[in-house]
Design a protein around this ligand. Structure first.
Ligand SMILES: [Zn+2]
Length: 902
């Protein structure tokens, strides 16, 4: 899209012609100046441009000046990803569409109302990718246009000023499957309009149509200005067979049955938003209704579109949505601005979820039964997409370089929701993994500025910087400004920029206006800088003076990152309790001295645990033990346990025992891990506690980890009782799977018997657990389980890969007849398997090829031995098997090879 301006120069020329004419004299003047200067070579020649006579410094000759210029000639201007220049304002977009399912095409009529942005113009240039353009009209008359499969350049009937609106009507066919693409991973998710199982050939996949606009793929299904700084109101008339439900942005205004058995739904959104947020979803979805009550008492629809079998679970999956809308509206001081909030779950989705205005789309990973929801939910994703309705949909990043204005906030909403709904510990725990996500992504893909003007491809913006790091930065800003100023600043930003695009300076200005403080220092280092602080923190204690000195060294590379200014709090605990000191770290080495009375118990650096920084801290183990018991925040207590448990004395042991009863599940989980350090005096106490965790902990991860611990510590008989009770009674599939796996190690027969009754559970995790057991201990009758599981719709994503790996392990132990039968499963997975499954299919097939090789080798030896002993019958039998394996090898080889080539 950034090359847009060069490609359209012919049209562009017509409406900037005047300006260029205007500038020509100036160009000529400068050109003449250079000709004269070079020609005469006289430094003291009288040079006149615009009345000025001092173009060159008087003491520098022209030759010398040219030398200086030549030295710089090799330098290229760095790439700068500017916002799209706005030539035309979209006003309203009306679409009338119907579908050719058999051909995966959409017939459309787009009526686009627009006006010149500032300069008068007789042209309209639209993005329109891979379409057939059938007709372009204005007021019923055909217009001239050119179309190159990317841009539709329309010559209007006259020149329009910025005060004139016009409406062009474009009749077209969208052909998302027929676009010539490079076939890379990025392009396959760039179709804009997706037909899933359109001919109904796959019985396990409900046929459906859905769209995905971000970043610039909406222009595959309607002509538009496909840029985040464009905004338009919209209405869509969707004509489908009556059996289908439809979803789009805005409100369902009307639903009209047509004489030919079809139905036309009219969706309309009166508030403007960016074209990448346009959405359609079509299929035999069930619509589960929910409601949000606005503060003024009016009600807003909140519906969940799911496949029929998920109807009973829709409210369990999405039911927190009205609470989220309420909480976020209050927190932001800006009421949810759109007219409804619907969510839909689709198959084969190309991303995680998408914040299409009022019509959010999710991949089918969010489908979970009530029992599955006990092991984890997708509320953070639900919150993320909802928050985009303020950050992204209401105020939109003006360019992809400014994407953090959308994604950092959406990421931070996950913290805000956890904090409100599940408490600070849960929020801080998730925040820690968000920070880790940033560190990992940056290490793999490199560091760049948060607001990044120099990317190669806009898709690179969707990384651990824009999301994870941005979220952490907002958290630091909140800690610095305080909650009231932070949320008032956000409110100010939203109100000032609503229904408009924005760049990050506008965010800074909004916070500055509220707080009264120049915040360039903060935005420069975090939004325009790269990397993060790396801090060495140490302490020296002067017992006589009663002081502790905390020394901080900034160790990050100053080539990559700035020397940071970091306002933070240091807590000092002594005999009198806790004193909190506000400090600002801003030098490469800096010391802070604090008094203490009586005994110094502990120093906690950054006691709010809010810094995005790698911190190496030197501190006695005793202080860590104290920190576990006295720290306010999850991370301080976690570090307290992690390092305090290195103390081998009784207090280190007691720390582990106490942490097994911690109020927060993730600390209990860590305590189970540390329980291996319990000595003879304490291990029986630990075992009692962990048995209790296995049976009664409210968190299934803790129960599962406790079971794994017990499997190593208890004797076979004692642990089997626990496994069986868990398999019978625990509601968590994770816990049941763990129990089954451990039972399989001790008593495979019993485990196999139990597994049979679990085969039919509607749980991806459970099926993967059963498959793992069958992989190791299964007999030929278990083959049908694998076939049902892999061809069914219950197992998803990563679990499907696990089941395939188990199948391979299972198959490699079976007779050649069953190996042969399994070919159809692998062939099926090659076509229909999920992303991870397809990725590792080649490896699995290779494994089976090498299994055939070793069988062949074995059988050759066997045949030789039989022949030596003159056992003709046995030799013949072995030869038949040899033939079978040789044929099998040939059949598996293409799967191994083709999958690897892909
Ligand atoms: Zn997002």
């Amino acid at each position: 899209m950034l090359y847009f301006k060069h490609e359209i120069s012919n049209y562009f020329y017509s409406f900037v012609f005047n300006q260029i004419e205007h500038m020509k004299k100036r160009f000529y003047a400068i050109a003449i100046l250079f000709l004269v200067a070079c020609g005469t070579g006289k430094p003291d020649a009288e040079l006149t441009v615009g009345g000025r006579t001092d173009m060159f410094p008087e003491d520098v000759t022209i030759e010398e000046y040219e030398d200086e210029i030549i030295e710089d000639v090799d330098q290229e201007r760095p790439v700068y990803r500017a916002s799209e220049t706005i030539l035309t304002d979209l006003v309203h977009t009306k679409l009338e569409v119907n579908f050719d399912w058999a051909k995966s095409r959409m017939n459309g009529v787009a009526s686009i109302t627009a006006k010149p942005h500032f300069y008068a113009s007789d042209s309209l240039i639209l993005d329109a990718k891979g379409m057939d353009i059938l007709k372009v009209q204005l007021e019923g008359k055909d217009l001239a246009y050119s179309y190159d499969s990317s841009y539709l350049k329309i010559k209007l009937n006259k020149s329009y000023t910025r005060n004139d609106k016009y409406t062009v009507m474009i009749t077209y066919v969208a052909k998302p499957e027929e676009r010539t693409t490079g076939g890379s991973a990025a392009i396959t998710s760039d179709k804009g309009l997706y037909f899933i199982n359109p001919k109904g050939e796959d019985k396990n996949k409900m046929p459906q149509i859905w769209t995905q606009g971000e970043t610039e793929a909406s222009s595959v299904w309607f002509p538009t200005i496909d840029s985040p700084n464009a905004k338009t109101t919209q209405e869509i008339f969707i004509t489908v067979e009556d059996k289908y439900a439809t979803l789009s942005n805005g409100k369902l205004i009307a639903s009209k049955k047509n004489s030919n058995g079809t139905r036309t739904d009219h969706w309309k959104q009166d508030l403007p938003h960016a074209p990448y947020l346009f959405m359609m979803g079509i299929g035999q979805f069930k619509v589960v209704k929910d409601v949000y009550a606005r503060p003024d008492g009016t009600k807003m629809e909140v519906n969940y579109y799911v496949e029929p079998e998920w109807e009973p679970y829709a409210k369990s999956i999405f039911g927190e949505t009205p609470n989220m809308i309420k909480h976020f509206s209050q927190l932001l001081g800006v009421e949810y601005p759109w007219d409804k909030y619907h969510q839909i779950v689709v198959r084969d989705y190309v991303s995680g979820a998408m914040e299409n205005t009022g019509a959010v789309i999710f991949g089918d990973y969010v489908y979970r039964t009530d029992r599955e929801l006990l092991d984890g939910n997708d509320q953070s994703t639900i919150a993320h997409e909802l928050f985009h309705h303020w950050f992204g949909d209401l105020v939109t990043c003006e360019s992809w370089s400014n994407l953090p204005l959308n994604e950092s906030f959406a990421n931070y909403s996950q913290y805000l929701w956890d904090e409100y709904r599940y408490g600070l510990d849960e929020a801080d725990y998730q925040a820690e993994s968000e920070a880790d996500g940033y560190y990992q992504s940056a290490q793999m893909q490199g560091y760049h500025n948060l607001i990044w003007f120099e990317y190669d491809d806009k898709e690179q913006m969707f990384d651990g910087h824009s999301y994870n790091k941005g979220g952490r930065i907002l958290h630091m800003l909140r800690n610095y400004l305080g909650d009231e100023a932070f949320f008032k600043g956000i409110s100010n930003y939203l109100n000032t920029n609503k229904f408009k695009p924005a760049e990050f300076h506008q965010l800074r200005l909004a916070f500055e206006e509220v707080s009264g403080e120049d915040l360039n220092w903060f935005f420069d280092q975090w939004f325009l800088g790269s990397g993060h602080p790396v801090l060495d923190v140490s302490q020296t204690v002067d017992e006589t003076a009663g002081t502790v000195t905390v020394t901080v060294n900034q160790k990050q590379s100053l080539e990559l990152s700035p020397l940071y200014k970091l306002p933070l709090q240091i807590a000092v605990f002594d005999s009198n309790g806790k004193q909190v000191h506000d400090v600002t770290v801003e030098q490469s080495e800096q010391s802070f001295t604090f008094p203490f009375s009586g005994t110094l118990k502990c120093v906690i650096f950054d006691q709010q645990q809010m810094l995005l920084a790698k911190i190496r801290e030197e501190k006695p183990a005793d202080q860590y033990i104290f920190q576990y018991y006295s720290g306010d925040r999850y991370k301080a207590r976690k570090d307290g346990l992690l390092y305090g448990s290195k103390n081998k004395e009784q207090k280190g042991q007691q720390l582990i025992l106490d942490a097994l009863n911690d109020k927060f599940w993730s600390i209990r989980l860590l305590a189970i891990e540390k329980a291996v350090k319990l000595n003879a005096d304490n291990s029986s106490k630990g075992l009692v506690l962990i048995k209790d965790l296995a049976m009664n902990d409210p968190n299934s991860q803790v129960r599962s980890a406790a079971l794994n611990f017990l499997s190593k510590e208890l004797d076979v008989a004692a642990s089997e009782v626990i496994y069986l009770e868990k398999i019978e009674k625990d509601q968590s599939y994770l816990v049941v799977s763990t129990a089954l796996k451990n039972l399989g190690k001790d008593n495979p027969d019993k485990a196999m018997e139990k597994a049979r009754s679990l085969e039919k559970e509607r749980s991806s995790k459970m099926i993967a657990g059963v498959a793992q057991l069958y992989g190791q201990h299964g007999v030929k009758d278990n083959y049908d389980f694998f076939a049902t599981a892999l061809k069914g719709s219950i197992i998803q994503g990563f679990d499907q890969l696990g089941v395939m790996n188990s199948l391979t392990y299972f198959i490699s132990r079976q007779e050649p007849e069953l190996v042969e039968r399994s070919l159809e499963l692998y062939t099926y997975l090659k076509e229909e398997g999920g992303f991870y499954t397809q990725m590792f299919l080649g490896q699995n097939a290779t494994y089976l090829v090498s299994m055939c090789d070793s069988k062949i080798e074995e059988l050759n030896e066997e045949i030789a031995a039989h022949e030596k002993n003159n056992d003709a019958a046995y030799a013949d039998q072995a030869r038949r098997k040899l033939k079978q394996y040789s044929e099998l090898k040939v059949k598996f080889e293409p799967l191994a090879v083709s999958a690897e080539e892909e």
